[in-house]
Design a protein around this ligand. Structure first.
Ligand code: NAD
Ligand code: TYD
Length: 355
């Protein structure tokens, strides 16, 4: 078991699922969660573990060198799992600056702080850099991304993640920092911010609003249930070899229009029909495509399966049903995010307003 695990971005979608997973599975004696609480960070995502004596939340920015170095000094983490990032492609198209700052400069700041704190004593340390399959670019009808696929990012988001991956790999090769990199496909599940496809469609379909599908709806992503991603990260942390990259995927390619249709059908079944009696698929609207929209992502996860023994456990059918049911049951969480009141939670916990 680790003594102290430092997680960055633990109040976001995957980070909050991972923090809960890590505490439930006793990955560490202490867990420190460093998060800036941007619009995507929500303290309520971890309300159920906030009073766990092993858990500590620190509000801060990963680009703040003094804060990050001080935190390494003070907490002496033996491992870091680095999630903090600007993560939404559409936002990166509108405003790429924050992506450069957090994803590139922030990752660099963490790598340098780890190097300074750990020095040559790295045998028992791990820096797990959590990244995305989007760094590999866009596939045609065939082929899958392996760890050897050349990087070809096409959005400001994926370009900034690619840059952070290169800095992480360089820290291993140049300084011997015990870096592990994971490149994962699209995640879905509880606590995802409703700007991303699935929660956005679930919310709109639930409330009878239009369902925006970009372009022809035939863009393909490989979807992985978030809990399976958390298990993969644990596996890499415990069994991965420093300096290595591991692709993580669900072996589950879906076209966007098929996902939207499945969500509509599940909601008709679980929430009852719309007041008009029309099926929710009648809300689907094909809208202007995203600029530079990557056509297809697909992960070849052979390496992590063969070398570390990980494979996904949740089928897409099961995961999607669980996800839709979760959002139905947590409509209060969804509405608090949508009306902005989730940010009041910080004030109720810490007595000051979020800037
Ligand atoms: P998210 O947007 O839901 O959460 C990001 C978290 O990082 C938030 O809590 C936010 O407050 C925090 N944060 C942002 N900037 C920060 C800063 N400067 N300092 C400290 N904290 C900051 O993201 P997510 O979907 O949970 O993704 C987490 C990580 O996993 C990202 O690195 C992303 O690139 C990667 N990833 C995501 C997916 C996916 O499908 N969501 C797939 C593969 C990889
Ligand atoms: P998204 O959840 O933003 O993830 P990413 O762009 O990182 O893959 O989008 C998933 C897919 O869904 C992507 O092909 C874009 C598409 N999409 C829509 O068609 N409509 C929407 O409203 C959104 C948010 C996404």
């Amino acid at each position: 078991m680790l003594k102290t695990l430092l997680v960055t971005g633990g109040c976001g979608f995957i980070g909050s699922n991972f923090v809960r997973f890590a505490l439930n599975h006793h990955l560490a004696e202490n867990l420190v969660n460093l998060d800036k609480l941007t619009y995507a960070g929500n303290l309520a995502n971890l309300a159920d573990v906030a009073s766990d004596p092993r858990y500590r939340f620190v509000k801060g920015d990963i680009t703040d060198t003094a804060l990050v170095r001080g935190l390494f000094e003070e907490t002496q983490p033996d491992a870091i799992v680095h999630f903090a990032a600007e993560s939404h492609v559409d936002r990166s198209i509108v405003g790429p600056g924050d992506f450069v700052q957090t994803n590139i400069v922030g990752t660099f700041t963490l790598l340098e702080a780890a190097r300074a704190a750990w020095g040559k004593e790295t045998a028992q340390r791990r820096f797990l850099h959590v990244s995305t399959d989007e760094v590999y670019g866009s596939l045609g009808e065939t082929g899958r991304f392996t760890e050897e696929t050349a990087y070809a990012p096409r959005s400001p988001y994926s370009a900034s993640k690619a840059a952070s991956d290169h800095l992480a790999a360089a820290s291993f090769h140049t300084y011997g920092l015990p870096v592990l990199i994971t490149n994962c496909s699209n995640n879905y599940g509880p606590f995802q911010f409703p700007e991303k496809l699935m929660p956005l469609i679930i919310n709109n379909a639930l409330h009878g609003k239009d369902l925006p599908v970009y372009g022809d709806g035939r863009n393909v992503r490989d979807w992985l249930y978030v809990e399976d991603h958390c298990r993969a990260l644990r596996t890499v942390l415990e069994k991965g070899i420093p300096g290595q990259t591991y692709n993580i995927g669900g072996n589950n390619e879906q076209a966007n229009i098929d996902i939207v249709t499945s969500i509509c059908n599940l909601l008709d079944e679980l929430a009852g029909p719309l007041p008009s009696g029309a099926p929710r698929t009648s809300l689907i609207r094909f809208v202007t495509d995203r600029p530079g929209h990557d056509r297809r992502y697909a992960i070849d996860a052979t390496k992590i399966r063969r070398e570390l023994g990980w494979e996904p456990q949740t089928t897409f059918r099961e995961g999607l049903r669980r996800t839709v049911a979760w959002y139905l049951k947590h409509d209060g969480w969804l509405q608090a995010v949508l009306d902005g009141s989730y940010r009041d939670y910080y004030q109720s916990m810490y007595g000051e307003r979020l800037s």
